[in-house]
Design a protein around this ligand. Structure first.
Ligand SMILES: [Ca+2]
Ligand SMILES: [Ca+2]
Ligand SMILES: [Ca+2]
Length: 294
């Protein structure tokens, strides 16, 4: 939002009129001017934050032991979603600079997107209606439940894999969820951020009322079974396996996500740990949606 001084400098008639009014009238006029500007800004983008250092799932997860998985590489810090006309930009910021240790540009199917390790799935609830949407995440994330009135309608896949590979994996493995998966038009790394641009013809018209969560996983080019390019969380960490979970897929298989109000407060770490609590054969982890407008 522009500072009011900047607004006044380009609106001479208002400035002149305001100078002729009493202090109270002037304050009311300033408030009246400010309200539509705030509303406009809130409609064109959302920004949600996440605490530092909660890149451990339910509290117990560990990174793979290979040093390429560097500290905080999977520590979600921020999700920004911005309306860009015919497109919507998703920017996910992590706790470390984004690297490309596996030379993604040389990968088959035309080369990857300039990073190697991260794979973020942004789940979106577009209608906040009970029973409308899906309550399980895509194959490869283990077990997790979205609430009935927060069921997801679209998921945006922010992956280093080329579009051709990502689309083929979704087509082969996503089943009935396939039609709700959005593969971005372009994806790139920039500093500590991943930036994906999505066509509105694939996503729908953007609304700041939508609910979001960003699940942080790791790209696995040689996925197991029906996993869509995800890296498993096992009981014990290995060179290319997360640890601190279970060897089956009853555990939620992601390292970080939004929780609470998505403001980056310390209490959101506890909220995440509580939500991701699971027991094999018992409680399934829950995945909250965060509504920036509420
Ligand atoms: Ca985090
Ligand atoms: Ca929904
Ligand atoms: Ca978190």
């Amino acid at each position: 939002m522009k500072p009011l001084s900047a607004v006044f400098s380009v609106r001479q008639p208002w400035t002149t009129w305001l100078r002729s009014k009493s202090g109270l009238s002037r304050a009311l006029a300033v408030a009246a001017l400010a309200v539509p500007l705030v509303a406009l800004a809130a409609e064109s983008s959302i920004s949600l934050s996440d605490p530092a250092g909660d890149d451990n799932g339910p509290g117990s997860y560990k990174y793979p032991t290979n040093p390429e998985y560097k500290t905080h590489a999977f520590d979600l810090r921020k999700l920004d979603v911005t309306d860009k006309g015919d497109e919507v930009e998703f920017k996910v910021t992590m706790g470390a600079s984004i690297d490309d240790p596996w030379n993604s540009r040389d990968w088959p199917d035309g080369g990857g997107n300039g990073f190697s390790l991260q794979f973020v799935q942004v789940y979106i609830d577009t209608d906040h209606q009970k029973g409308s949407g899906h309550t399980s995440p895509l194959p490869g994330l283990g077990k997790g439940n979205f609430a009935d009135d927060e069921a997801w309608d679209k998921v945006v896949l922010i992956s280093p894999q080329p579009r051709t590979r990502l689309s083929a994996e979704v087509k082969a493995k996503a089943g009935a969820l396939k039609a709700s998966v959005v593969v971005p038009k372009s994806t790139r790394a920039s500093g500590k951020s991943l930036v994906a641009v999505v066509k509105k013809s694939d996503l729908g018209e953007f609304s700041a009322k939508w609910g979001f969560n960003a699940l942080v996983q790791s790209n696995e080019g040689f996925p197991v079974g029906k996993d869509i390019l995800t890296r498993p969380v096992n009981q014990t960490a290995g060179p290319h396996r997360f640890g601190g979970g279970d060897d089956s897929d009853c555990d939620p298989q992601w390292m970080d996500m939004l929780a609470g109000k998505g403001k980056g407060e310390g209490s959101e770490t506890q909220a995440q740990h509580a939500a991701m609590k699971y027991s094999c054969g018992g409680k399934v982890a829950s995945i909250p949606m965060v509504y920036a407008a509420e």
